[in-house]
Design a protein around this ligand. Structure first.
Ligand code: ADP
Length: 266
């Protein structure tokens, strides 16, 4: 179906946005939303103007990760149009379907409702000038991806995977979707998440729980860079639950890992 995706002209819909980056994974639960949120915050820390759109209509998790799940965005009138004002946190502008619907109801939506809601969050929102617009996409290759590809001139894709074989196989499908001749979105690179685990009492040991060098090999095979390797760290999980993602703390090793990721992306 992606062969029928007619690519939009750059700059048509969001002329004030310089770069649109889709963060994708094949498999769910590999840390794609964690990477999206931390990449967005890290880019803002580097001084860029950043927007983040949670396009996971059926399982929006980003408002909770940023500690803004209770927010209800309001609308402003601008040049005769009603525009949704993104929520601001840690220097980034954020919209998520999670702000507008009860997630349990959203899962009952038909595909068409989801895609039209998504289009509204893109076109009818006051995103303003952005250097980077980060799209946290749902797992897999879905209608939502097709809508994004047809609606936005995506500059590049960042693919998140763990080193586990099943995750890598799904990541490869995601890469193939973006590389498809008609779609032709450059792969900016891979992020290996949950790359290893180091227990506090054995600081020099690395345990490769999901396998070793899986993403390095996939990056080589696909001819794209390995942008970062993020270990399994308990605080990444806890900070996500607490609404204070790792990248807000640049004095920690994990915070710095996300700053380095952002530097590799720009
Ligand atoms: P996805 O968006 O791919 O479904 P999430 O970003 O929601 O995945 O991550 C899944 C779970 O794993 C979350 O509970 C998150 O806090 C946790 N997590 C993600 N990356 C790491 C990591 N590097 N170390 C520890 N926990 C992580």
């Amino acid at each position: 179906e992606f062969t029928s995706a007619k690519r939009p002209e750059p700059d048509k819909l969001l002329p004030q946005v310089k770069n649109i980056i889709a963060v994708s994974s094949g498999k769910g639960g590999v840390g794609k939303s964690t990477v999206s949120v931390n990449l967005a915050i890290a880019l803002a820390k580097l001084g860029y103007k950043v927007g983040l759109l949670d396009t996971d209509i059926f399982g929006p998790s980003i408002p909770k990760m940023l500690g803004v799940e209770g927010e209800r965005p309001y609308a402003v009138e601008k040049e005769g149009r009603q525009l949704i004002v993104p929520v601001e946190k840690y220097g980034i502008k954020l919209l998520s379907i999670g702000f507008f619907v009860n997630p349990e109801t959203a899962t009952l939506w038909r595909g068409g409702m989801a895609t039209s809601a998504l289009k509204q969050l893109i076109a009818d929102a006051d995103w303003g000038d952005l250097d980077y617009f980060i799209l946290d996409t749902p797992p897999g290759t879905s209608d939502i991806h097709l809508t994004l590809l047809q609606t936005l001139a995506i500059t590049g894709a960042v693919i998140v995977s763990t080193p586990q074989k099943v995750a890598l196989a799904d990541a490869r499908k995601g890469i193939d979707m973006y590389k498809n001749d008609k779609v032709n979105v450059p792969i900016l690179g891979l992020v290996e998440n949950m790359a290893w685990f180091t227990p506090a009492e054995l600081p020099n040991n690395k345990y490769y729980i999901f396998g070793k060098e899986g993403c390095k090999n996939l990056a080589k095979e696909m001819g794209c860079p390995l942008l970062a390797q993020i270990p399994i760290v308990q605080s990444i999980c806890e900070d996500g639950d607490d609404g204070q993602p790792a990248a807000t703390k640049t004095d920690t090793a994990t915070g710095l890992a996300f700053i380095n990721l952002a530097q590799a992306v720009v």
